[in-house]
Design a protein around this ligand. Sequence first.
Ligand code: 6R9
Length: 650
Amino acid sequence: MSDIKVHPVNPEFAAKAHIDNAKYQTMYDQSINDPDAFWGEHGKRLDWFTPFTKVKNTSFDLHNVDIRWFEDGTLNASYNCLDRHLEERGDQTAIIWEGDDPSESEHISYRDLHGRVCRLANALRGQGVKKGDVVTLYMPMIPEAAVAMLACARIGAVHSVVFGGFSPEALANRIDGAESTVVITSDFSLRGGKVVPLKANVDKALTDPAAAKLVKTVVVVQRTGDKLAWDDSRDVWYHDITAAASAECEAEPVLAEDPLFILYTSGSTGKPKGLKHTTGGYLVYAAMTHEYVFDYKPGDIYWCTADVGWVTGHSYIVYGPLANGATTLMFEGVPNYPDSSRFGRVIEKHKVNQFYTAPTAIRALMQQGEDVLGNADLSSLRLLGSVGEPINPEAWEWYNRVVGKDSCPIVDTWWQTETGGIMITPLPGAINTKPGSATRPFFGVLPALVDNEGKELEGAADGNLVIKDSWPGQSRSIWGDHERFSQTYFSTFKGFYTTGDGARRDADGYYWITGRVDDVINVSGHRMGTAEVESALVAHPAVAEAAVVGYPHNLKGQGIYVYVTLQSGFDASDELLKELRTWVRSEIGPIASPDLIQFAPGMPKTRSGKIMRRILRKIAEDDYGALGDTSTLADPTVVDDLIENRLNRK
Ligand code: 6R9
């Protein structure tokens, strides 16, 4: 590792940055030594209707996991993202929307956004939505997605955004899980020139009896205007209900610990978890990290390429930037449409200052060569960010050289749906970077490494990444299942929050995330439980047993490698392969589509019947020489067959 090149902080950047190295050290120490004083001060960055008098009240004790921040304060997230900016920057652009088609874009001012949010908030009330109700959003990347999130927040309703790439089945499960009575969607979505029938997917989801029983109203935004099926008893047009609604709507005060949103994410079991995020701590944390990590200054144009269906879209397209009165760019399309210079064209067109994307996108660009951005003028860029998966040093250096022209700091930001905001990251004016390392903790974050027995490791070490104490952005629970929350995150290593990631800490105290240590894989930055894909597969009549593992993939980071054992009476064929692939896509969504499917006459199992995934992983990695201890295998010949027919050969 000694050949890793250190990229020192640019002194000119540091001189103008919010946080330089000295400030980082002082603030970090204060945040750890006296969290009440630190967060008591920084909590004031929001406007509170009733100021909080209590700051931190948290317990990681397995039998009493209880996380509260600013608990006696009241506020409203939509008020903080809109109303409080009107006087000073009502006419400033809040959202720049760039359509899938490069000829379509729109600037929406804070005043305009406020009006749209108030109208929809009133319209939702008109549809019977009350404080505490859950509204499911299944939307493309259009301004109405942000409007809908803020409209829910405005009336104290809870939003649950489901990524528009999920299948009707996945959507139905999430509607059931959240007991949601209203769905907001659009007729179609447009991505890379392709039309996706979102409303028809909702219709399909509502053929699920449980979901059908719950949902009373489907609000439909008209995106393309193409023909679609309509149910008068349930469907309403967004433009009809908002046109009839008043543009004045008082923001409802909620307690800091009232829920702001639910967001489903994958874990190591088959059932996705609806993580609950609350209002006060989340918003303080999202806003503060957005300002300091991206060194956001008034007037900057900031672009995060994530989808609002993921946590990155929640915290760093909508809540963080808007709470800071920033201009946030929202992009409907994909990086390679109309061609692969699109990111460059958008940066040039809107003079983007901060650009935040995922390693998988960077690697896809990198593959096209140095002139991939079509000589677009990128001189507006001041900072680059990366999120979603480990970034390999080659991609980091390419990003730095080709996009950043060797003059933009890169922030490699490690965090999770559960953490609400960025946890480990360089602050661009403070921390020297090393390609591939997320470097140092943000304020208030106390990371540690433990061995498998839970013993804390000191100094340079390799282990399980845990967080030792609470921070304001942390998820408070799993919707409707607090016990599962406690068990998932607080039972493995007592007293600590378990991240599920492995990491290495070097002699400088820098963290290097090595990837998941549980049965979660990360495909193009999309997080997926292997158990989810397995349960989709075994639901197919031909499949007796399925095991899913990740394997290294040049573009996606990890690819999905599937082993299936067929029911007797079914034969392995190319047709069946195709059918299984289509099956998984329709059960979960295109992001879960298997890359490689190997028919396995049997699975390697222990004598007690447990599938030995370690072995399957090694074979998928084409590293079968290093299978390790196989003495517990019930039938060692199974492994020989798997190796002989392995699909990933280097
Ligand atoms: C924000 C987000 C979380 C998982 C996380 C880790 C991986 C995210 C990373 C990273 C290395 C980074 N991850 N950022 N790994 N370096 N900078 O992606 O949330 O979808 O919940 O995924 O993604 O494995 O545990 P989420």
